[in-house]
Design a protein around this ligand. Sequence first.
Ligand SMILES: NC(=O)C1=CN([C@@H]2O[C@H](COP(=O)(O)OP(=O)(O)OC[C@H]3O[C@@H](n4cnc5c(N)ncnc54)[C@H](OP(=O)(O)O)[C@@H]3O)[C@@H](O)[C@H]2O)C=CC1
Ligand SMILES: O=C(O)C1=N[C@H](C(=O)O)C[C@H](O)C1
Length: 250
Amino acid sequence: MIKVLLSGCNGAMGDVLQEIINNEGQMQVVAGFDRMKNEKANFPVYINPKDCTEKVDVIIDFSHYSAFESILDYALTNKIPLVMATTGLTEENEASLIAASKTIPVFRTANMSVGVNVLLGIVAEAAKQLEGFDIEIIEKHHNKKVDSPSGTALMLANEINGALDNSLEFTYGREGKSTKRQSNELGIHAIRGGTIAGDHTVIYAGEDEVIEIKHSASSKKVFAKGAVRAAKYIADKKIGLYNMRKVLEG
Ligand SMILES: NC(=O)C1=CN([C@@H]2O[C@H](COP(=O)(O)OP(=O)(O)OC[C@H]3O[C@@H](n4cnc5c(N)ncnc54)[C@H](OP(=O)(O)O)[C@@H]3O)[C@@H](O)[C@H]2O)C=CC1
Ligand SMILES: O=C(O)C1=N[C@H](C(=O)O)C[C@H](O)C1
């Protein structure tokens, strides 16, 4: 049985993860971290990770970027594999994860779905082949999302930019712009509303033709299932930086 510490356990993803883990059979949530205690949880919920006394095999974090440092510190101090799913992290935070992976196993992705991770390769290849096309990304999420643009939109944008020798400049929305679109722009736009679980569309607009490549998550379950897969994957690893593409490669 893999013992899980669930960070952000009181949140929307925390709820879905508990359901998936409970039905899963090989894993058990033995403790949680969050901003508030939770008497309804069937495991102890800590506000300060340092108060956690349970022995755990892996941490799954779907919380908030403000919790990042305390979670990473806890994982490093106790040498626990960390699945970091939270978005809105700074470049410095991302660099800390890379550094941490030399001491503990770290699994990092802004999107746990199989579809988005396959899409990463597709959008990069399309960008290389569609020379001269203008590329824009539109992401849509529920009205409770706190960070924008989404981590997935940034991940897609970085993948496309990498395929084009980092020649593109990211433009976030176009409010207040009084010049026409430059050929080296990659536009990124965020929509928020209702309960949209997560949609990402990459648009390639050329002369008299447009290609749109879209991924749509119809529920949060797809992310929770991916996180469970990730946790199982790194629970017995020694050190290293892992992502969903490594899992899919087998
Ligand atoms: N990688 C992936 O595949 C996915 C990543 N995500 C990311 O996971 C994160 C969580 O998403 P979601 O569950 O929808 O968000 P929620 O806001 O529903 O849940 C986050 C939880 O973390 C708590 N929290 C906030 N600040 C802190 C803190 N400083 N310390 C400890 N806990 C804190 C919140 O408490 P309170 O409500 O009191 O603020 C809440 O209980 C987001 O960054 C989201 O983008 C989501 C889905 C998929
Ligand atoms: O907050 C969410 O809900 C999601 N966040 C991730 C992101 O920022 O890309 C992944 C997914 O789209 C859902």
